[in-house]
Design a protein around this ligand. Sequence first.
Ligand code: KG4
Ligand code: ZN
Length: 360
Amino acid sequence: MLVLGIESSCDDTSVALVNCSESGHVVIAEKTASQIDIHKKYGGVVPEIAGRMHAEKIVPLIEAVLDGQPKPDAIAVTAGPGLVTGLIVGVEAAKTLSFAWSIPLVAVNHLSGHIHSVELSPQTTIQFPALALIVSGGHTELVHLKSHTDFKILGSTKDDAAGECFDKVAKLLGLPYPGGPQISKLASEGRTDAIDFPRPMLREDNFDFSFAGLKTSALYWMRDNKLAAVSINASALPAGVFGQSKDITVSDFCASFEQAIVEVLVAKTLRAAEEIKPATLILGGGVAANKKLRTTLSEAVAAMLPETKMLIPSLPYCMDNGAMIAVAGFYQALQKKFSSWENLSVNPVWHVDEPNILTR
Ligand code: KG4
Ligand code: ZN
């Protein structure tokens, strides 16, 4: 089945044409327009600007992807969660094509997309039951999957998402948006035990997360160590110079902070895995690009859950992309879970285990 996937929930406009089948998926064509350079100036995504940029890019991207290709059998579009200004652009474009070409329309949850991104690697299919840790700029969720379309959220963040915490602490350090990759880069040269940051909710008997307190601890550490100005170019500082702390470097700070986040994510995921006993454990979302998280979780799964296969998307498919939306939409299309173009509307707060999304 040829599926056109459209993604516009945050700061990437992405369109892909994917040849999907139950034995695997082949990306025929894909194009993504990133808005990072624009939002960088403001230190984060500005919803109004994001909407306008998506509107500017969506038609040229669809044209480029479909150039010389046959019409798709289905159109899959992210209908939530995300920024309403962006979601509307993708959904309206998909509805227009669905009406004009009489092609079925599938409304895809963005997190289902991140989960299915692992199937974009060759010869990779999700086996069930599966457990997914989805970590992105907007979400931190543990999801139990009984099938490609049957989800149950086991736990989620009570405040900041993991990626948001990376981004906010990076901003305090004066690093450009998005800060996750910057912190990760600095962390690779630092000591993970230099600062004893808290491990929020690690001991609580649930699968929920909380990262706002960790962000505040990072801020207080900077204050207490009299970091002269938070708006510094941290990467330009020589080793050993960080506020008044003589022996803790910016890299040490980043490594210790990253370690705290990774430890909590890995511990809670393993605890959920002990309960679910998943055939497949999936790591997805933008923060899945984090090297420390990828290796720590993979090694722990290999050591403690030998029956479980760990699946992590290749780096380009950790980020938001249209191909993952096409794959998630394919499984809904197989079950004829279509939306009508007359009724489909966006749902910025759509939970991945909710059966239906808002229609109007
Ligand atoms: O999934 P995504 O592309 O967009 C959302 O749906 O939010 O995730 C973006 C997030 C940002 O917070 C970014 O800082 C984070 O993923 N991220 C990372 C890394 N690469 C991207 N966080 C930590 N380490 C990384 N290497
Ligand atoms: Zn995402």
